[in-house]
Structure formats: structure tokens, C-alpha cells
Write a protein that binds this ligand. Sequence first.
Ligand code: IVH
Length: 685
Amino acid sequence: MINSGADGMRKEDAAAEIERLKKEINRHNYLYYVLAQPEISDYEFDKRLERLVALEKEFPELISPDSPSQRVGGQITKEFPTVRHPERMLSLSNTYSLEEVGDFYKRVLNLLPEHYESRPAFVAELKFDGVAVSLVYRDGLLVRGATRGDGSQGDDITANIKTLRSVPLRLGSFSGEQLFQAGSGEIEVRGEVFMRKDDFAALNEIRSEDEQFANPRNATAGTLKLQDSAEVARRKLFFVAYYMKGEAVEEPSHYKRLTLLKKLGFYTDGNFRLCYNLKDMHGFISQWGEKRWKLPYEIDGVVLKLDDIVLWKELGATSKSPRWAIAYKYPAQRAKTVVKKVVFQVGRLGTITPVAQLEPVKLAGTTVSRSTLHNLDEIVRLDVRLNDAVLIEKSGEIIPKIISVVMEERPVSAVPIVVPEACPSCGTSLERPVNEVNCYCPNEEGCPAQVRARLEHFASRNAMDISGLGRAIVEQLVSSGLVGDAGDLYSLTQDKLTNLERQAEKSAAKLLKAIEESKKQGYDRVLFALGIRHVGFATARELAAAYPSLDKLREASVEELSEVPDIGPVIAESIHEFFNKPSATAVVEKLREAGVRFAAETPKVPVNLNFKGLKVIFTGGLERYTRDEAAGLVLERGGKVVSSVSKNTDLVVAGKESGSKLEKARELGVTVISENEFEEMLHEQ
Ligand code: IVH
């Protein structure tokens, strides 16, 4: 009997296609994550992955542990078991001084065995600012990923690690290199998991005010400990390898092991260099001291390691760190400036945040003119006054922070900051719960600043994405009394809008259209848009998955809500409280009446076929769509997205800073359109 699946495919054919897809996907992974030279669009990549998942679903017996389908996540880990590392994970001794780097160099030379005559080589590497992780491969297959923990034992986070596309599930599977397979025993690869600066910024954008990560390292650590691996998969973490050890690994040069790691499919970033003397080391340190701001990720220093691994054993380690390596850390970037003014902002949850306006000053590659003071306690702690000279620092190299006041320079004109007793927006007396560093405006419904902030959140890109509902118009809508909550947006009319000052008919019509369009946003976005305290985008998605309709969610008890992955009692309490407020009930009812989506279902938007048969290429950055979104829109409308320009290409959509593809298109006479024209084409009837 022929063994065939639902669509009539024979198992042998499926097996062959699965093998082919696995190879292809692995190769594209390598091109994208290791070499940073992708050949196909994300969309095309996802299509292949989807096909693989579908085939494996039909023939589950063909799923192998190193299949790229294993990366999409979905496994929920309630508790991460503790595991012992094959070898203790030491940390490095740190220094901020070049002189101490010299001492390290001399110390190593003195410790070399007598038979060692030549000058030893060192490897200089970047010190990635992330989370150290140990990966164990058995006979070439990834069997475990663990955090450093206390050095001897860490947490088993294998399910989460597997979602990282820069971690090969089988050694060499990306590059096709058949090394360290059956019989190679255990090989340990260590490295750093990190988040790129742009991915970090995008992640914070979709998190609620009180869920903000301070820097990419914290975001990475938080992500690695998530219970839901599907969410880890979405967060785009990278792994960079800097160490490899195993019985079968004989290579005695660390430098060559790094090259070997790259061959095996690991990302090693490529910025490591051999140094033969102190001058080389200083050169590397000073070069990256300048260049580091341009990197897409954060480094906090440089690591110097003796190249000869045979010597590592001879030199040994102190109780904490090896003698054959040292980390030079760049001093935190600081600048001195003056506090001109402090304003008190009112957030959408009523929290009052003092923000210092500063004399603009250059720091770590950008000009800084504002710095948050976080909360009222911080003003007292720093004893900061208006006109004070202050030192600012970029914590995590991203958000500027006031470190201290330069007391010696306090001018006679320094004026203490007066903390308001009443809300700067509505005048209601502020409240400060005991043991809390924040104070709040309790006038939840009547405070214009809170109403405005809630509306801005509701309309923001990752929520209902109502373009055209910017700060100025929100201000007008609220002050005119037209809009008191998000539900009122849906009863706006052309007349009401054009009666407002400075509202032209055309922009009013555009805004109304955007509001109308927002009704098609998915239920998870709606949940996020409601602005429930502690409920960021990821939490909203978890909630939407666990409770496929708002009515079900509303009925859930605190205990039931706490059962949802990554939702603790505090969030559960907050959700429950939200739905018990009369104001929330009112908004929810208005939104329901308007036809906003309150249940999970795939939106069936009727679309035109404006791109039918067209081969389209995107080049450069689009402002309003991600590449995936844009590709999806073309596909829905009957077109195809291709990756390289040829005579057969029908259309090139050129975004910002498009390069060689645009030139080639012009050479070949292919039609080139802008993002605006693309957008028009999407909607043309
Ligand atoms: S080598 C025994 N190389 O820095 C030495 N570490 O304080 C093993 N790190 O825990 C570490 N970049 O998390 C090494 N290129 C690099 C690194 C690096 C970042 C981190 C790692 C380690 C810490 C040392």
C-alpha cells in the first residue's frame, strides 16, 4: 500500500521535499543571520517555513529535532530546571585602565613556561553587552542551552534558545560543513545572547509605561526567561559565539576556533583580531572606542585573550577569572550640562513624571536635551535644582540619565524644584500611595492630559494604528469636548471635524477613513489599545490566545487569569480591576457598537487584485510598512515579490536610501514607484 497524506502526497516525496526545504531554510538562515547577506525577502523565507511546517504536520514521523520548524516556539516552560555546566563558567577580570592592560600583558609573559620562546599572540574581541549562555551539542545536535547562573549551574532554557535563528540546531547545518557529527561526543559552545539596538527600541515601543526595559541587556535577560517560547521567537535575539570546547575539538588556536565556529554556522561578528604586542591591543581598544556607536548592538568593552589554548590550562584561573584573559571596559560616556527647567508630565495612567530640560549637549553620538528624572524621589535623592550643573550618562548607552549634581559649581541662582501638589493638567490634588516613589493624578476620567495620553496610545502604530490622529488634533478633540474616550472617535463626523479650528476638509476625511479602517485591527491589538495597566503588546497577545473573546476575558477571575503564561497575580489583578470600572465598561460598549473587533478571528478584508501577475521588488526602507507587511499586501492582491532585479521585473518600490537595486532597475528601464505611489496603488479600486 502506498503511504500517502491528505493531499495525496506520498511519504517518500514528502520526505524528499522536507529535506530540500530544511537545507534551503538553513542556508537562508545562515545568509541572513551569520553573513548578513540575505538573498530572499522575509516573506519568501516565511513561505518556505510554512510549507515545511505543513508537511511535517501531515507526516509527523518525519519531524527531526534539528528541523527549522522547531524554532517557531510554542512550548511553554513553567519552571526552568537547574543544570550543571560541563565546565565552570568563569567571568573575566575587568579594568578601565590601559595601564592595567599593560600589567596583564607583562603578567602573562612572565607566567609563560620556559620552553615557550616566541612572543605569544593574543586575540582581541568585542565585549558584547548581553547575557552569557552555554550551548551543548551531542554528536553535532543541540541538546541544551543554559544560562550562566552562578557559574557552576544555570537554568535550562533550551526551548527558548532553539528559537534563536543564529543558533544552529545541528553543527554545520547552515553551511553544509560536515564537521563534528556522529561520534564527536559533547561540544560546548559559549557566547552572548543580545538584542540589537533597533529591535530593543521597537520592543519598548509596544510595552506599557511601567514595563519598559532599561537597556538591551535587561530586555535580553527578561526575554530568555519567558515561559512562552513563541514570544521569545518574536523578539529577535541574536547569539554570538566566542568559545568552543570538546574532546573532538583539537585546534589549539583560539583565533582559529573562532573561524571554525563561523564555519559551523555560528555568528562570530568578524571583528576579532590577532594582536602581537601591547601597541596592537591599544590600537584595537581605541579604534572600537570610537567605532562602537556605529554598531547595531551594544558593546561595553574589549576582551583580550591569549591565543594558544594549550597555555590556558598552564596559566589557570583565580577563584573567579582566568589568568589568560582580561576585559577592558570603556568608561561610561558622561557629559556636563545645565538643568534649564523641569516639567511634570502626566501619563495615561495618571503617573506624574518629572522631565528635566537640559542645555543641549553631545553625548555618545547624539545631542541630548532632555532627561527623565523618573519620579519625585529621584529629585530629592539627587538634590537637583534649576540652573544646576549636572553630569549625565547614557545608561545602556541609550537613555540619558542624570547621575549627579556638580555641587562645587552650584550657582547662586540655583532654585529648588517645586513639586506640584496639584495635577499640572486638571488641578486635582495629587496622591502618593505609601511606599511608592510615584505620585498620581486620581482624576482618571476628567484629567485632559490622561484622556489625551490614552487616546494617543489607542491610536498608536502598534495599537489601532490610526494615522493622522497626532498630538495636535487629539488636543483639539479633547479640549472641544468632542472626544472623552476612545469610543467617541467612532462617532466623529466630517461636520464635527471641520468645525474645529485648522481642520481642512481633506485631512478630516482622511482621519475618518483611518478611524473606519481601524475597525479591522485584530482583537489582540484592541486589547493592547485599551491601555490596561501592565498590559503591553505581548501580554495582550497572550490574553487574546487564552481568551478568544472579550466577553470571556471580562468574566475571568484573577485566579484564572494568573494561569495564562507570563501573567502573574499583579497583571491578573489589574485586568480584573480594569473590567470592573464603569468607565471601562462604557468605552467597551461604544467600541462594540462601532464594530471594533472583540473576538479572535482572521480578518476577511475583501481586497482588489491591483497587483495581479506583477513581479515586485522592494528596495530601501519604507516608512509606513515593514517589508513583511508590504510583501503580504502585494501577495493578497495577486502579485509576487521577487528579490533581484531583472528585465522580467515589473515594478520597483523604492523607499529611503535605496541602493544598487534602484540603479539596476533604472538601467533596465523597469518602472520605479515611491512609497506614496505604492500606497495609492494598494487602494485604487
Ligand atoms: S570570554 C572565561 N568573550 O563578559 C571567559 N566573554 O565578565 C569567558 N562577554 O560572562 C568569557 N563578550 O558574558 C568572553 N568576546 C567575549 C565576550 C564575553 C561578552 C561577557 C560574558 C562573560 C563576561 C565576562
